[in-house]
Design a protein around this ligand. Structure first.
Ligand SMILES: Nc1nc2c(ncn2[C@@H]2O[C@H](COP(=O)(O)OP(=O)(O)OP(=O)(O)O)[C@@H](O)[C@H]2O)c(=O)[nH]1
Ligand SMILES: [Mg+2]
Length: 239
């Protein structure tokens, strides 16, 4: 997170992580499509000819809080292919929050797990702990056959602390919820660390409600959290 007191600007870095072809770039494309014109910048992607991310994607979003604080969100994806390990390490540097995009298919279970370990290692390379990173997990590609059953995903969700969402990114399903939950987790952490409400009169809840509206989401942050798989086990709002 970067704070510029002079211009009253805050820049937050969010990273979409996960194995190759899990749908990270597709999530950003769906977010870009959902965002209103005044809040989104150009989606920058750098692909090979077969659509595999070569370096990273970046979607810049910006919003103004009622207190006058400008909040810039830089949303990155990492390239999932195993060979791009050093690029992933570079991209997670300075991340304020991570969305882990898993491929729901049973056959991808191990690949997801390997990518999760890779995330932990790459964070540690920058002295960051996965357990302390605001995190949301998305099980994408729910439209495909042979996906892990929802009950199984719910069990996993109950075992962990982070919100878990089901998604079909190609149809935009679950994309905005995942993003808003990530923003919420990230804001909770930043508020705890930097007391933004005290310093700037920054109202995180109002801010997220504003972002939700600009992304066309009908509902409150409570609705977003209630959409999580196994939501009953989620930490209470404001925790
Ligand atoms: N059926 C289905 N296909 C999806 C879904 N999400 C993404 N895809 C497809 O999966 C392929 C890979 O998606 P990408 O978004 O490029 O994957 P990525 O995670 O960015 O991959 P890398 O950049 O290589 O790490 C594309 O053909 C997408 O259209 C989904 O929910 N359902
Ligand atoms: Mg990609």
């Amino acid at each position: 997170m970067q704070l510029d007191f002079a211009t009253k600007e805050m820049t937050i870095k969010l990273v979409y992580y996960g194995p190759a072809l899990s749908g990270k770039t597709t999530n950003l494309q769906a977010l870009h499509a959902a965002a209103s014109g005044d809040s989104k910048g150009r989606l920058m992607t750098l692909d090979t000819r077969d659509d595999r991310t070569l370096f990273f994607d970046l979607l810049p979003l910006s919003f103004e809080d009622a207190s006058g604080l400008k909040v810039r969100l830089k949303v990155f994806t990492v390239p999932g292919q195993v060979i791009h390990s050093s690029t992933r390490r570079l991209v997670v540097q300075g991340a304020d929050g991570v969305a882990f995009i898993a491929d729901s298919r049973v056959a991808e279970t191990e690949t997801n797990a390997e990518s999760f370990v890779d995330l932990r290692d790459n964070l540690e390379a920058h002295g960051m702990l996965l357990g302390e990173m605001p995190l949301v997990i998305q099980f994408n590609k729910r439209d495909l056959p042979a996906v892990r059953p929802k009950d199984e995903v719910a069990e996993m969700a109950q075992a962990g602390r982070e919100p878990v969402y089901l998604a079909i990114a190609t149809q935009g399903d679950g994309v905005v919820e995942t993003f808003l939950a990530l923003l919420y987790q990230t804001w909770k952490r930043l508020e705890k660390e930097h007391t933004l409400s005290e310093k700037f009169g920054f109202d995180g809840r109002a801010f997220i409600a504003n972002v939700a509206e600009k992304l066309g989401f009908q509902g409150s942050i409570e609705d977003v959290l209630a959409h999580a798989v196994g939501a009953t086990s989620l930490g209470e709002v404001g925790e």
